[in-house]
Ligand binder design. Structure first.
Ligand code: MOS
Length: 748
């Protein structure tokens, strides 16, 4: 592991390298890519939730100026529908195992049943209104309760990667012997993706090859998926994503519009662009499923947890067994010997659910952490002390030690910054005028996932001493290009300003999709590996070169700094890269580094931890909740950029607030639609809702997960945040809360 040196670039809070382009509007997003002779595609969604298309009349749309209209009657068949698979492991990542317009079956409201193309977006939109559809309509199931009676037990969930029933120890025995039991069932409304940038794809063919512009979390995932659907070699598919306006999991799977753009461009012989509108985002990019979680937590008389049973029942599509992984972190954060987890499913007329920030952990840790705090009250213990007593010192699932931990330090640091006092909490809610003031806590945890294939980056040193770093990754808001420059600059000793980073193009070396909080870890590893290779080449060149002041010196005495190679102990002996290259008649020198992720079965548990605290004010007469303060401390391993890391977590905390109090999609059982599919009616926090936030980090070294010890931060900041708020509301009001989001009506 590279030691952090005082003047290292890694860790510092550099501004985003693409910040100016984004602020000034120079940044070009997929919907804005200009292509000569483009046809605009508008999707027509089904207006029923279940049934068939009996007839579909496109004549009025064509008469109104549509260039073409495709339906199940004339859309080309896809070559293969790849299995649903997270793109992290390589291979295609379709959004669902069903592809629309291959037959006349309707599985969910909003399912594309026609696509209308015209020379302008407005003409396509108008023509789309004129497509006349007759349906044979069946009863749709969109709410969990409506399908509850027909629930089933799948073998596997989550792309067939996770067994639906798991256990360790003997929960039943633990339950019989328990001194204390909390048994609580929580209901979570469905949530939908609302990044600022709606999903969009544009495609242009040149002979047998296609260039696709896509708002994606994985250019390589888009490439593999489209290639599979269209029966092509990925070599003939190039994917570009220069700027992406937020992803959060909604752009991790490749939903049907991504393949429709290149398919229709090939049909029409001209470029095609499809842009989802805000309402279509509710039907076109997956969702966090409506779910119910029952948590049964048992403890000894002294407050040692002895058992946990965690059962989840959730809605999936009619064709895939998907559930977000709500049981994993909840079952691993504490050293609970007897554990039983079970996912059951209800088939609903929705599209297949998908990743959404903290995909499972964010909901699972609401149920778990609310139960923990209820247990603390039953025991008469401080909830902070109870959590510290029960934290898993080793990974209870694998029995292996953590690769690094930091949980206890996070709890103490956040509690101290919050001003937590066990006595004050025990005294009951505070008061401020008509407002009741409550405190709550939540544990944050998120696994360190590893991709299934080597991660690669290309670095190229130019004769003037500047560096170009390239990788087939993309920035959907994380600031990855900025951190890549920091990592490269440290290994090669090149100033930040002299490094250019190129990303967002599958012509660069392959990086897995940025999902599961892997992005920073895998990209830093790839860039680090490539730069070490290049540094080795440079040192080798200097040592072999009789004209170099470093000729014949020992390799381990040489370091790279200030754009030069120098003797570590005598920095006056050395030379700049530009001199070394020009004397050797080299215009450039480059390397492609391949980092091989550690095996999945390594003898460590790998998890990022953190602690969240919230203070809320509740007006008990009106049921109003105001989150006054949130405090979070996190131990994500190496922090690559302090400013970007804080920004990432700031978003997570506010999303936690949103999860706790606002977001919920309401399914209409009459036709299977989401009745609040707009930013007007789907509540999201605005600046006025945002509390005062205190974010800090706890440094932990991790020499297992990747070269820089980056455990990831993308999801962690959201996990536990909602629980802290719900617990604070319970503290303020004494009300037992079982519905998420918590709304005014639950508090009256
Ligand atoms: Mo993340 S929800 O796996 O994009």
């Amino acid at each position: 592991m590279t030691a952090t040196v005082p003047d290292s670039l890694v860790g510092r809070g550099f501004d985003r390298v693409d910040g100016r382009a984004k602020i000034t509007g120079a940044a070009r997003y997929t919907a804005e890519v200009p292509l000569q002779g483009i046809a605009h595609a508008v999707l027509v969604g089904a207006r029923i939730g279940s049934g068939t298309v009996v007839s579909i009349d496109t004549s009025a749309a064509l008469a109104a100026g549509a260039v073409a209209v495709y339906t199940h009657e004339n859309l080309p068949k896809v070559t293969a529908v790849p299995p649903v698979f997270p793109s992290a492991y390589g291979g295609p990542a379709p959004g669902q195992t069903f592809f629309p317009m291959q037959d006349n079956t309707i599985h969910y409201y909003g399912q594309p049943i026609a696509v209308v193309l015209a020379d302008t977006f407005e003409a396509a939109q108008q023509a789309a209104e004129l497509v006349d559809v007759r349906y044979d309509r069946r009863e749709a199931v969109i709410r969990l309760d409506d399908g509850r009676a027909a629930q089933y037990q799948p073998d596997q969930i989550f792309c067939g990667l996770v067994p639906a029933v798991q256990a360790r120890g003997d929960f039943e025995a633990a339950a019989r012997a328990a001194a204390h039991t909390v048994d609580a069932t929580f209901h979570f409304a469905a949530n939908h993706h609302n990044p600022i940038e709606c999903s969009a794809t544009a495609a242009e063919w040149d002979g047998d090859t296609v260039t696709i512009y896509d708002a994606t979390q994985g250019v390589t995932a888009t490439q593999a998926t489209v290639a599979a659907y269209l029966g092509m070699s990925p070599s003939n598919v190039r994917v570009i994503a220069h700027y992406v306006g937020g992803g959060f999991g909604g752009k991790a799977m490749m939903w049907p519009h991504v393949t429709l753009a290149p398919m229709l461009a090939r049909e029409l012989g001209r470029p095609v662009k499809v842009v989802l509108n805000r309402e279509q985002m509710f039907y076109g990019t997956g969702l966090r499923e409506e779910q119910e979680q029952r948590v049964t937590l048992t403890a000894d008389a002294d407050g040692t947890f002895t058992g946990l049973r965690h059962h989840k029942l959730s809605v999936t599509s009619t064709f895939d067994d998907w559930a977000e992984l709500s049981l994993s972190v909840a079952g691993q954060a504490y050293g609970i010997p007897n554990w039983e987890g079970r996912y059951r499913l209800v088939r609903g007329n929705t599209m297949t659910p998908t990743f959404m920030r903290g995909p499972g952990e964010a909901s699972g840790m609401v149920a778990m952490e609310c139960a923990v705090e209820e247990m603390a009250d039953q025991l008469g213990m401080d909830p902070v002390a109870l959590r510290l007593r029960n934290h898993a010192v080793i990974d209870p699932e694998s029995g292996h030690p953590w690769s690094s931990d930091g949980y206890a330090a996070c709890v103490r640091q956040a509690a101290q910054r919050f001003g937590w006092s066990a006595e004050q909490r025990r005294a009951g809610p505070g008061r401020s005028g008509n407002w009741l003031i409550g405190w709550g806590m939540g544990t944050a945890g998120y696994p360190v996932y590893q991709p299934g294939q080597p991660q690669r980056a290309h670095v190229r040193l130019l004769a003037d001493g500047s560096l170009i770093v390239q990788a087939g990754t993309q920035d959907f808001g994380t600031g990855v290009a900025t951190t890549m420059a920091q990592v490269a600059g440290d290994v090669l000793g090149i100033p930040f300003e002299r490094i250019r980073v190129d990303i967002g193009d599958t012509d660069y070396p392959n990086i897995a999709a940025a999902v599961g909080s892997m992005g920073a870890g895998i990209i830093s590893a790839a860039v680090h590996t490539a730069c070490e290779d290049l540094r080795g080449q440079l040192i080798g060149l200097a040592l072999a070169d009789s004209g170099s002041p470093l000729h014949d010196h020992a390799v381990d005495k040489i370091e790279a700094r200030d754009g030069a190679l120098r003797l570590r102990l005598d920095p006056f002996v050395g030379e700049e890269y530009s001199e070394l290259l020009s004397r050797n008649h080299l215009i450039d020198l480059d390397a492609i580094g391949a980092w091989y992720p550690p095996a999945q079965d390594m003898p460590y548990g790998c998890m990022s931890f953190g602690a969240q605290f919230a203070e809320v004010a509740v007006d008990a007469d009106l049921g109003l909740v105001r989150v006054r303060r949130m405090v979070g401390a996190f131990a994500p391993g190496r922090v690559l950029n302090a400013k970007l890391a804080r920004s990432q977590v700031l978003g997570g905390l506010n999303w936690g607030l949103s999860q706790a109090l606002m977001e919920g999609s309401i399914g209409d059982p009459r036709d299977g639609r989401w009745s609040n599919a707009s930013l007007l009616e789907y509540l999201l926090p605005v600046n006025a809702d945002a509390p005062e936030v205190d974010i800090s980090f706890v440094e932990v070294e991790d020499s297992v997960v990747n070269p820089l010890g980056v455990k990831g931060l993308g999801e962690l900041g959201m996990v536990g945040a909602a629980a802290a708020i719900v617990n604070a509301i319970r503290h303020a009001t004494g009300k037992t809360l079982r519905e998420i989001p918590v709304r005014i009506e639950h508090l009256l």
